[in-house]
Structures are given as C-alpha cells and as structure tokens.
Design a protein around this ligand. Structure first.
Ligand SMILES: Cc1cc2nc3c(=O)[nH]c(=O)nc-3n(C[C@H](O)[C@H](O)[C@H](O)COP(=O)(O)O)c2cc1C
Length: 351
C-alpha cells in the first residue's frame, strides 16, 4: 500500500470515538505491516484504569480500519498484543489485496457522532432490535443486552448519572474534569482533541453555571447547595429519554476483551448511524464501579457505597447475571448535534 492510501485509511480509522476525545494511538508502517500503539496515561485517571478506556477506543479504531480497508481494495487482518513484554503494542495489522468494495458500515464512519441532546421517548421496534443483535453477533467474546421496559430504562439512566454527582462532589475528580475542558472554538481548532464544551449541548444557563463551577472556590459553595445532586437528577431524566438503552458484556477483564467491547461498540454505533438514530455512550460508571469493587478505587465511603448500588441496579435492570458489564449506552431519535469533534492527523512513523 502506498503512503497516501495508508494515510487516508488511517484518517477513517481515527474517526473512532475515545473518552474525552483523547485519541490514544500512534502508528508505525514498515511498508507491509501497520503497528498500532497505545499512548498510555492520557485518560482521566479517576474514571479509567488499567487503560480500559483506551482499549475500548482501540477496538473501535481497529473496527473502522477493517471496515474501511476494502474501500481501498484491501482486506485487513490483525493480531492483538503480539509481544507480551510490550503491551503498548496493541496490534499488528496486515493487508491483502481484494476487489474494491464498500462495507455497509463504511459511510457511517464519518457520520458517527456522540449525541448528548434529549432523545424522543418511544418504543424500540422489533426490526431495530434484531438489527442491533445481528451487528455484534460475530464480535468474539461480547454479548449485547438491550433494555426496552421504561421502568428498567429509568433505573439504568439513574444509575448511569449517579457517577456525575460523585465527580462533582469529589474535589480531585472535579478539578481534573474542569482542567480537561476545551472552552473556546480557538482552543478546539488548535488542539483538535479533548472535551470540547460545545459538545455537551448545554443551554445558556447550564453553560454559565458550569463555567462558574470550574472555579474551585465557587464550586465549594455550589456543593453546599446541592448542585452535584441536582445535575445528576437532570441527567437521569436526559438519559432516560431514548428508544432504548443497552450494555455490552464481555467474558473477562483482559485487555483483549476490552478491545472486543470497543469493536462491538463501534459496530452498534455505526449501525444506529445508518438507521439515522442518535447514540451516547455512558461509560464512567462501569469503570469507577470495577475500580471500587476490586479495591483499587479511592472514593470516600459514601461514594463507594453509592457506585456499588448504582452498578448493581444497572446490571439487574439490564438482566446481566454473569460476565463483565463493560459499558452502557442510550440511543434514539434526536436532532443532530450542534458541533462535531475534531481529529489530529494520524501520528505515523515510517520505518
Ligand atoms: C471509552 C469511552 C468512554 C466514553 N465515555 C463517555 C461518557 O461516559 N459519556 C459521554 O457522553 N461520552 C462518552 N464517550 C464519548 C467520547 O466523549 C467521544 O467519543 C469523543 O469525545 C469523540 O467525539 P465523537 O464520538 O462525537 O467523535 C466515551 C467514548 C469512549 C470510547
């Protein structure tokens, strides 16, 4: 493959989602094989752990690469973690020639977007449900769970929003959150990564309050008057507006399994994009819950208890009785988002 084709292909791959749009990847190309490396430590240290968020993002990246390669006349195969001593090397990809053709999810790659607007509340149709199950049927080691019952959906939404109360009440987590926000168009154009405030779809008042909350002294008072609980309750209502909520369950907590979860996530998201439906991942809660459950978290006791309850409720409402619930999401009909996130050019070393 020539360099310009490789760069175009990687531009499609890099449209993959990543937590706070951190884009935790870099590449080397030796003329035949593409090595994909994780850039460690770039995710929120309070929400992510053991690079799980990055591995999910790499799963989505690999799926985009696999889907895009036939457009350029190649089939792509990959080996995960080929060198056990260097876990930063996530995958080695090889390419073989094929007739140019388009995967049915190819055109959705550039359309896919996180949509944080309110969605219309409605029933999921049988055909939508079976399409979603079909799209992940072949992603190894993953299982899709969909909640359709309104009571269950409300419980999952409340559980997923609970972590926001914790983030805003915990000084360290709040400070980290506000330090990562990209506040202006100019900064967003320059950085092309990070958590751009406009993607939150806040109204004028919400945006003003959020800006005030970014000042630690003001946040101190806002905590006293219960702002974190108020925001979490509002988000519970927002998240319960949808046509359905879902969860991706993996068989174990290995890095490979989180990559598979990312592949499933991307396939579901692209499929919903083709169906003109909006999507929002809700992942913070599951990560904090596992960190706490395995004794690696450092939350205050009340917060640890809350996240444990939230996680238990989410699993029960989704009907998950075994395996690892890697993430939650909601989907439905909504207006298009007002802005799109940018991407840095792929960081490729040619060797
Ligand atoms: C591992 C992971 C965790 C994420 N967690 C959340 C989340 O909890 N809430 C949310 O609104 N978006 C979440 N996102 C979406 C990212 O913020 C989004 O993909 C990124 O900002 C790029 O924007 P885009 O998806 O519109 O291209 C997550 C994405 C990934 C891959």
């Amino acid at each position: 493959m020539d360099k310009s084709t490789l760069i175009e292909l990687l531009r499609y791959a890099c449209r993959a989602p990543s937590g706070d749009n951190v884009q935790p990847w870099r590449f080397t190309w030796d003329g035949v094989r593409l090595s994909i490396y994780n850039v460690p430590g770039v995710h929120n240290p309070y929400l992510d752990f053991e690079e799980r968020g990055s591995y999910i993002a790499h799963g989505a990246l690999l799926e985009n690469l696999r889907i895009s390669a036939p457009h350029y006349g190649y089939n792509m195969e990959f080996e995960l973690f080929p060198d056990t001593k260097h876990t930063e090397l996530v995958a080695i990809c090889s390419f073989s020639r094929c007739a140019k053709n388009e995967d049915e999810l190819f055109f959705a790659i550039k359309e896919r977007v996180t949509n944080r607007r309110p969605y219309k509340i409605r029933e999921l149709t049988e055909s939508e449900e079976s399409t979603l199950y079909k799209t992940v049927a072949n992603v190894s080691g993953t299982e899709l769970y969909i909640a359709k019952n309104r009571k269950s959906i409300q419980k999952i939404a409340a559980s997923a929003s609970g972590v926001e109360k914790i983030i805003l009440e915990d000084e360290r987590m709040a400070e980290h959150l506000f330090s990562k926000i990209v506040w202006t168009d100019k900064e967003d154009r320059e950085k092309k990564s990070g958590f751009f405030i406009k993607t939150m779809e806040f109204n004028f008042v919400q945006r003003f309050v959020f800006r005030l909350a970014s000042k630690p002294k003001i946040m101190y008072f806002l905590r006293k008057i219960g702002l974190p609980s108020f925001i979490a309750k509002q988000d519970a209502v927002l998240y319960s507006s949808n046509a359905g909520m879902g969860g991706i369950v993996i068989s174990d907590e290995s890095a490979e399994s989180f990559i598979f979860a990312g592949q499933a996530l991307e396939r579901i998201w692209l499929t919903l994009t083709n169906m003109q439906l909006a999507f929002q991942p809700l992942i913070g809660m599951t990560f904090v819950a596992y960190k706490t459950e395995t004794g690696r978290g450092d939350l205050k006791d009340a917060h640890a208890k809350q996240i444990e309850e939230d996680f238990k409720n989410a699993k029960e409402s989704l009907g998950v009785t075994s395996g690892i619930l890697a993430m939650l999401f909601r989907f439905g009909d909504a207006e298009k988002p007002s802005v799109r996130t940018r991407r840095r050019d792929p960081d490729i070393t040619f060797v």
